[in-house]
Design a protein around this ligand. Structure first.
Ligand code: TYD
Ligand code: MG
Length: 461
C-alpha cells in the first residue's frame, strides 16, 4: 500500500506545511522545509493516518488560537460550475460529481481541467472508464486539440496514489471512482467496500497534499448501492447532475458543500462543442404550448439563489383495481399525501384513477412549495380543463388543507412577472402587502386554504 504523504516541517520555526514550498509559510525562511512530521507514525493500522492527515497538527488548542486560514480557491472559469462550487475548486478539497451515465460528467470535467491547466495549474486526469484515445477524441470534439492536460489511464488505486505523490498536481480528476480498485481488498472492483476504501484513501491524499480531488460517480440503476451515495459523508462537496438526457439542458445541484451554499444550481446546455453555461435559465423548463392544455401548471421554484419556472404536468386517467401513482422529478410519497388532502379538503376524489405527475425537463423538485402546482395540475387534468394562459402557482400544502408560505415569495413573483405571467395563486403570506409595489401585469390571488385555491381557479374558467 502506498504510504500517505507526511507533512513538511520547518527546521527554523517548527511550522508545518501540507506541501513542499521554497519559503516557510510561518516564518518566511527559505529552504527550511524538510519532509517529515512531528506526528507519531501511523503504524500498521490502515486507518491510523486519517485524523493525523486532516490537519498538520494534532495538538489540543482553544479555537481562538487556531489560525482560521481562508480557503485557497481556484475558479475554473466556467461560471455555472464555479457558482455551485461556491467560487471555485478549493485546495485540498474533495468534490464528488454524480449523475446518470451519459449526462455529461466527463465532458464538463475535461472542460474544467483544461481551463485550469491553461491558467497555469498542474492537473491530472485519471481515466478508468475510457482509454486515453477516447479522452483525446473528446478533447478534439470540445475544440481543445492542443490540450496539455496530463492523462493517466489507470484503475489501480496504488498506482494512482503513486502518480499523485510524484506529480503533486493542483487538481486531479478520478473518472470514475467505481472503476478504481485496491490490491489490499479482496472484494470486486465497483463493490461498496472497494469504492469506499479507495475514496477514503484519495480523500486522505487530498488533505495531506493539498491536491483538489474530483471523484466522478455514476448513479447506478440498481438503487444507489455502490453509487455516489455511499461516499457523500466523506467528501467536502457533493454535486449532482440532473436533466433529461433527451433534452439539451443540464442542471448541476450542490447537495452538500463545506465551502459554499447548498442547493445552489448551475445550468448548462449540451452543445456540439461541450457544455455551455446558461446564464438566464428561468424559462427553460417550460414546454412551450401555444395554448394552455389541461393537466399543466407552472410553478416558480427557488432552490439556491435563482428562481426557475418549471412546468408540472399531471395526467389523471381511470385506473384498474389498484390505481397507480407515479411521479417523475417529484416525491411519490408526497404525491400520495397531496391526493389525500385533495380528497378530504377540496372534495376532489382520485381513488379509482391512475395519477401520473412529471416535472418537465428532467428537473427534480424537492421543495414542498411545488404542492399547490401539483394539486392544481391534477385537478385540471381530472376536470379536463386547462388553467388560464399565463398562470402560475406555488405554496406548500399541509395535511389540514392549509396553504403555507414558500421562502422568498417576492422573488418568485418578480421572476414570474418578468417573464410575462399574468395570474398567480399564492399563499397569503407571500402576497404583496397593501403598501408594497404591485407586480406589473400580474394579478395575484392570495389563498389560505386549498379549497380557496380551487374556488379561485373555478372562478377563472
Ligand atoms: P459524457 O461526458 O461522456 O457523459 P458521462 O461522463 O456523464 O457519462 O457525455 C456524453 C454525452 O454527451 C454523449 O451522449 C455525447 C454528448 N456530447 C455532446 O453532445 N457534445 C459534446 O461536445 C460532447 C463531448 C459530448
Ligand atoms: Mg464519463
Amino acid at each position: 500500500m502506498a504510504k500517505d504523504k507526511s507533512t513538511f516541517t520547518c527546521t527554523e520555526c517548527g511550522g508545518t506545511s501540507a506541501r513542499w514550498m521554497g519559503k516557510c509559510p510561518s516564518c518566511n525562511a527559505w529552504n527550511t522545509l524538510i519532509e517529515g512530521s512531528s506526528e507519531p507514525a501511523a503504524g500498521k493500522n490502515r486507518f491510523g493516518s486519517v485524523h493525523a492527515s486532516l490537519a498538520p497538527t494534532s495538538e489540543v488548542l482553544p479555537l481562538a488560537q487556531i489560525e482560521a486560514a481562508d480557503f485557497e480557491r481556484h475558479p475554473t472559469g466556467i461560471d455555472e460550475l464555479d457558482r455551485v462550487l461556491g467560487g471555485g475548486m478549493v485546495e485540498g478539497g474533495v468534490v464528488l460529481i454524480g449523475g446518470d451515465p451519459g449526462i455529461g460528467k466527463s465532458t464538463l470535467l475535461l472542460q474544467a481541467v483544461d481551463a485550469l491547466q491553461r491558467s497555469g495549474m498542474n492537473t491530472l486526469y485519471v481515466t478508468g472508464e475510457e482509454s486515453g484515445a477516447q479522452v483525446a477524441m473528446r478533447s478534439r470534439r470540445l475544440g481543445l486539440p492542443d490540450s496539455q492536460v496530463p492523462v493517466l489511464p489507470e484503475i489501480q488505486l496504488e498506482k494512482i496514489l503513486h502518480t499523485l505523490q510524484s506529480r503533486q498536481p493542483g487538481i486531479a480528476i478520478i473518472d470514475s471512482i467505481q472503476t478504481v480498485y485496491s490490491d489490499q481488498l479482496t472484494s470486486a472492483p465497483g463493490s461498496v467496500a472497494q469504492v469506499r476504501e479507495c475514496a477514503a484513501h484519495l480523500t486522505r491524499t487530498a488533505k495531506s497534499t493539498g491536491t483538489t480531488i474530483v471523484l466522478v460517480g455514476h448513479v447506478t440503476k440498481e438503487g444507489a448501492l455502490a453509487g455516489p451515495r455511499v461516499l457523500e459523508h466523506m467528501v467536502d462537496t457533493v454535486l449532482y447532475f440532473e436533466g433529461d438526457t433527451h433534452s439539451n439542458f443540464r442542471l448541476i445541484r450542490a447537495i452538500k458543500n463545506r465551502f459554499g451554499a447548498v442547493n445552489e444550481i448551475g445550468v448548462f446546455a449540451m452543445t456540439e462543442k461541450g457544455l455551455k453555461g446558461v446564464s438566464n435559465p428561468s424559462a427553460i423548463f417550460l414546454s412551450q404550448h401555444a395554448e394552455p392544455v389541461p393537466g399543466s401548471c407552472v410553478m416558480v421554484t427557488l432552490e439556491g439563489t435563482r428562481p426557475l419556472l418549471v412546468e408540472i404536468q399531471a395526467l389523471v386517467d381511470s385506473g384498474g383495481p389498484s390505481p397507480r401513482r407515479l411521479s417523475v422529478g417529484l416525491d411519490r410519497d408526497r404525491l400520495a399525501m397531496l391526493l389525500a388532502v385533495l380528497h378530504r379538503h377540496a372534495g376532489v376524489a382520485c381513488m379509482d384513477q391512475d395519477v401520473f405527475v412529471n416535472a418537465v425537463g428532467g428537473v427534480r423538485i424537492s421543495e414542498p412549495a411545488a404542492d399547490l402546482a401539483v394539486m392544481l395540475a391534477i385537478t385540471s387534468s381530472l376536470r379536463g380543463k386547462a388553467l388560464p394562459k399565463g398562470f402560475i402557482a406555488f405554496g406548500e400544502v399541509g395535511l389540514a388543507g392549509e396553504v403555507r408560505p414558500a421562502p422568498r415569495g417576492q422573488d418568485r413573483l418578480k421572476e414570474a412577472a418578468k417573464l410575462g405571467f399574468k395570474v398567480a395563486v399564492v399563499p397569503k403570506a407571500n402576497a404583496p402587502k397593501k403598501n408594497d409595489k404591485p407586480f406589473e401585469g400580474l394579478t395575484i390571488y392570495p389563498v389560505d386554504r386549498i379549497e380557496e385555491a380551487m374556488q379561485v381557479v373555478r372562478g377563472l374558467d
